[in-house]
Design a protein around this ligand. Structure first.
Ligand code: ADP
Ligand code: MG
Length: 367
């Protein structure tokens, strides 16, 4: 057996890490040594690693960076993989500041910061002539957009994730109040919702349901990888149904227009200094054109849906960065399912593993 490929994966309790572990299983888990970082003890991802260390919250940048550098020295990864938006930015800054000798799936801090901020992403797209959802960053310009496109508008925190803080606003009063809360918001027209989407809205005259989620079957994601020298490889695209901010159902989206858009974004970002994953989330307009509404500079929650449908996203990403280390997986048979559905599964964790992690801040798999 050849030496395992050594990966340092941040935030292994995240949903993206769960997807990545599934991808590593497909490629043969024993081909990898996974060193994880985590802030929580009861996360299945911790104990899917070969070794995991507790680190400070990413927001505590200086201490997080120190912990990461130390973990990197101990575990000598061939590749560092961030799994959350905050980690992408923090890792890009860390790589730039301390010039980590080993490879990390990030580009320059400036591009990390623009990918992580929806308004800066919009500005980047406009400057590069790339198709993007019309957007506003202040109440007056949001109002002008609403007059042009009508209500509802969708208003999102510029640095949000997982649909947290995102809201539909139905009139100018609501729009004004969102902007008055302070913070950094981006408003966009509500593009191409599913027919009958509003029939599912809760009726506020009947009180507030404890749980409600808008269901969005219209999210296209087109993904690429930018290798360490800036070469771009398109991986492919899916159409996802989003429920509670998660892609719960995916089908392949094979359309040259969408592929072109994904490739154009990846090239523009690579030219600006990005390296690693590029995930372009889009909506399809009634005329068949696509517009980007959000970027991610990392592997994303739709990863397993894409892999289950035959795209080799994990392998292509690893191959771009650590060529020749992992054999190419067999092509997926022609009768592969055409719809990928996420179903939750139950895992048990060992009390003694949790105790070890809690008391020592570390856990290692026994041989
Ligand atoms: N302009 C838009 N038109 C229609 N739906 C949108 C639009 N922007 C976002 N959405 C919906 O809101 C969700 C969250 O928005 P997104 O920009 O992806 O932010 P984040 O993932 O950071 O929370 C998307 O997954 C999509 O379902
Ligand atoms: Mg999103």
């Amino acid at each position: 057996m050849t030496e395992p490929l050594r990966l340092l994966i941040t935030s292994v309790g995240s949903l993206v890490a769960t997807n990545l572990f599934e991808g590593l299983d497909r490629l043969g888990r024993d081909r990898f040594f996974v060193a994880g970082t985590s802030t929580v003890s009861e996360a299945a991802g911790n104990y899917a690693c070969d070794a995991v260390v507790r680190v400070p919250l990413t927001l505590d940048r200086a201490n997080w960076a120190q912990a990461l550098v130390q973990w990197g020295e101990e575990t000598r990864p061939d590749l560092w993989i961030p799994t959350r938006d905050d980690d992408v930015s923090a890792l890009a800054h860390l790589v730039a500041d301390v010039r980590l000798p080993r490879r990390a799936l990030v580009g320059t801090p400036a591009v990390a910061d623009l990918i992580g901020d929806k308004w800066l992403s919009y500005r980047f797209a406009v400057e590069h002539g790339l198709p993007v959802a019309p957007s506003a960053h202040a109440f007056e310009s949001a109002l002008a957009l609403a007059e042009q496109y009508g209500y509802p508008m969708i208003v999102k925190p510029c640095r949000g994730y997982g649909t947290r803080g995102t809201r539909l606003v139905f009139d100018a009063g609501q729009l004004a109040r969102v902007f008055e809360t302070g913070g950094s918001w981006i408003a966009q027209p509500f593009l191409n919702p599913a027919p009958g989407w509003d029939a599912e809205l809760p009726d506020p005259s009947l009180g507030m349901p404890l749980w409600y989620s808008y269901r969005d079957p219209g999210q296209y994601a087109v993904v690429s990888v930018v290798g360490p020298t800036g070469q771009v490889e398109l991986i492919g695209a899916t159409l996802n149904t989003m429920i509670c901010g998660r892609p719960e159902r995916s089908v392949r989206a094979i359309d040259p227009l969408l592929a072109q858009l994904g490739s154009d974004y990846a090239h523009a970002l690579a030219d600006a200094g990005w390296r690693g994953s590029v995930n372009v989330q889009c909506r399809r307009l009634p005329d068949g054109q696509y517009v980007m509404f959000e970027l991610a500079g990392r592997l994303a929650g739709g990863l397993c849906g894409r892999e289950a449908l035959g795209l080799a996203e994990v392998w292509q990403t690893l191959e771009a960065w650590c060529p020749g280390r992992i054999p190419q997986p067999e092509p997926v048979p022609a009768d592969v399912g055409t719809v990928a559905i996420k179903e939750s599964r139950t895992v048990t964790l060992s009390a003694s593993d949790i105790h070890t992690f809690e008391t020592s801040g570390r856990w290692h798999r026994c041989c």
